[in-house]
Structures are given as structure tokens and as C-alpha cells.
Design a protein around this ligand. Sequence first.
Ligand SMILES: C[S@@+](CC[C@H](N)C(=O)[O-])C[C@H]1O[C@@H](n2cnc3c(N)ncnc32)[C@H](O)[C@@H]1O
Length: 266
Amino acid sequence: MTQDNRNTGQGLAAQQVFGPQAAVYATSKVHIRDDSLESVERMVGAGSGANRYGWTVDLGTGAGFTAFAVAGVSEHVVASDVTEPMLRQAQRLGHERGIANLGLSQNAAEALPFADGSIDLVTSRVSAHHFRDFEKALDEAKRVLKKGGSLLMADSIAPEDDAICDWMNEIELRRDFSHIENRQISKIQRLLADRGFTVIENDYPRIYLRFNEWTARTKVSAEETEALRKDFLEAPAATREAFQVAPVHNDIAFSWPCWVFRAEKG
Ligand SMILES: C[S@@+](CC[C@H](N)C(=O)[O-])C[C@H]1O[C@@H](n2cnc3c(N)ncnc32)[C@H](O)[C@@H]1O
């Protein structure tokens, strides 16, 4: 670890959920590679062979897949997460992949151990909906970024319909007690604009999931799993349509909408 700034007050529930499951996340297909990671790679010009960024910080890095994706276009990448066992997975996998410019930092996204105006790129993928204080995390990203630096976030978002948004967040919370909020894009746009960020590019991939694996990953009890299964299958038609809910054999296929954006600090 290059830093030790745990700030467990902001990440305690996340540490309880993600700590024991760190090895499972390290082998999770949807985290290793999906359309949202491809959007991130496209937006940073991965594969171009050029070092476009000096210092990059990946927030809520988990097992490190987004940090690895931006390592090739950065001089230095700091994979940061509040959960120490996750960082150990990132360290192990980064070593296996021969990534030489990877540093690790245990910290909450809401309390970044970096100087003002010192970072070129801040990334975060499928983690912001776990941040206890998303607005504080945005404040921190703004503080540490250089002027003109980029904030690149990829995360599940909620539909603009309030009833469907509430359904999604209630379901997520029952599956993972560290869940905080899948936000509507309009809300995130307001929060970015309030902080002087300008959104430069967008992508709208979907996160395709299977119910059985999704509930197993957070160790949902058998009883709650069956209650959730029923709620997916019996949700109002508009909700099932919004999340592409489809029974398959003894499982359910569904997808969460996702927003990937790159915003520049003014
Ligand atoms: C689904 S995993 C992230 C996956 C990863 N970003 C990737 O691309 O594969 C969510 C991560 O967010 C972390 N997390 C939750 N709350 C956090 C916070 N407030 N600050 C930093 N990390 C947090 C968890 O510990 C967990 O490792």
C-alpha cells in the first residue's frame, strides 16, 4: 500500500460487503470486461500506445480492472479503494498482468489523500452508487484534478421515471446493504454543473446480469433471494421493460442502464 487513509466511517458497510467477497469480484466476468469498460477504454484512447495522462486515480477500484485499463495511457495509476482485501486482489492481478506503474491506496472516495490540482484523470466504474457521500466524492475529484483534467465515471443509473427509480434502488439495497443510490442522469448532470464540470462525451451501455450469480455475489439469504426473484418476475410491465427482465430456465436475465461520461474540470 502506498497510502493508508482508511476513513472507515465512509466505507464501513462497503468493507463488510466487499471484504469477504473480494476474491469473487476478482473472477466476476461482468467486472473483468463489459461494455462499460470498453467505453472507458475508448474515451481514454487505450491501445493508442500514448501516455496521455501523468497521474491517474481510480476510485472504488475493486479488483482493479478499470485501473488496469487506464494504466497503458498513464504514467502512474493509483488504484484506490476503501476495502483492503479488494486492494490485495488488485495488487495480485496487476502483478500477474505485468503492470509496472500501479500504486495502491486505501482511502474513501470522499477523502482523497492527494494534493489540490495534482491529478490528470480520475476514473470510477460501477462503484459510485456505493459511495456514502457522492457529492463529497465529486468535490474531492474536483479538488485533486488539475484544471482541464478529466473525471471519467461509468456506473449504473436509474431511469428518470421516479417509481421505476425507487423500485431499482429498493431492490439493490435488499441485495446489498452497502448500496447507496443509483441516481438519475439528470441529477448527476446537475451535480457536475454545480461544480463547474463540463461533460465532453457520453456513452449509454447496459450492464447485463443474471439473477442467480448477482444475488450469490453478495451472499443474499435463500429467503430474500426468493423474495427478490418474485419481485423481478411480478414487477409492473414498464419496470420489467426498463430492465429487460426475462426468465431463462431457472434464472432471470436482466440489465441495468449505465452512463459513462468524461467531464472536464473548468
Ligand atoms: C463493484 S466494486 C468496483 C469494481 C471496479 N471498479 C471495476 O471496475 O471492476 C465496488 C467497489 O467500491 C468500493 N467502495 C465502496 N464505497 C467506497 C467509498 N466510499 N470509497 C472508496 N471505495 C468504495 C468497494 O470497496 C468495492 O471494492
